[in-house]
Design a protein around this ligand. Structure first.
Ligand code: CA
Length: 227
């Protein structure tokens, strides 16, 4: 799940980004309104978090630009305390929710999950399944053969990506950009390490395996019963 944050105050922006990355999201943080709108229009986000007062153009103009382009990306506004008019205006312009600064991160995360769940319900099922593996997107739980498996946020994101695109060989570069938001660098073995841990947790070290390594190409998740 990819989130756009447009916030010019460095402390708030960094705090938000770090928290959301730790919660397993891929995050783009921009400080300037125009850059924010550009990314909002050209990139695919599951959610946008917008500050109101920004250099370049303000948060309202970003929201209007995104909606004018026909995008229904959920938008959460960050508004200053006592600016009640801001909230009304935001909702009128098509924002989905707002949060008054300062806020607790846990509160923001709860709002983010609620908004994403709405989007997920409209477009995709709440569960991803293959063979005896089940991933619950709403409760963020994984089970295999009915046994609960505890995954880190990154492992969950990795498994979600593999499941959403089952049967497709996913190159390491794609996994790196979708799960870690980084360009693939051959010096790093972060994907291999995470994949190994994920397989151990899934009990996927023995045949028939769900996740296969395709030498020189990447990884694929397939239902062994159908292969
Ligand atoms: Ca601001």
């Amino acid at each position: 799940m990819k989130i756009l944050i447009v916030e010019d105050e460095p402390k708030t922006g960094d705090y938000l980004k770090q928290g959301l990355v730790e919660a397993g999201f891929v995050v783009d943080l921009l400080r300037d309104g125009r850059d924010g709108l550009h990314h909002g229009l050209t990139d695919a986000y599951d959610l946008a978090i917008l500050d109101v007062m920004l250099p370049g153009i303000d948060g309202w103009a970003i929201l209007q630009g995104i909606r004018k382009a026909g995008k229904d990306t959920p938008v959460l506004f960050l508004t200053a305390r006592d600016h009640v008019d801001d909230r009304v205006k935001g909702l009128e312009l098509g924002a989905d929710d707002y949060l008054v600064k300062p806020f607790a991160f846990s509160e923001l995360l709860a709002r983010v999950r609620t908004l994403l769940r709405r989007g997920v319900k409209a477009t995709t099922p709440e569960f991803l399944r293959t063979a005896d593996l089940e991933l619950d997107l709403v409760r963020r739980r994984v089970a295999r053969a009915g046994r609960r498996i505890d995954l880190t946020a990154k492992e969950f994101a990795l498994l979600e990506l593999l499941l959403r695109r089952q049967g497709e060989v996913l190159p390491r570069s794609l996994i790196a950009s979708q799960v870690w938001d980084m360009n693939f660098d051959s010096d790093t073995n972060v994907i291999e390490v995470a994949m190994r841990r994920l397989r151990v947790k899934l009990g996927d070290n023995f045949e028939p395996k769900l996740i296969r390594t395709v030498r020189g190409m990447g990884y694929v998740l397939e239902n062994p019963d159908c292969a």
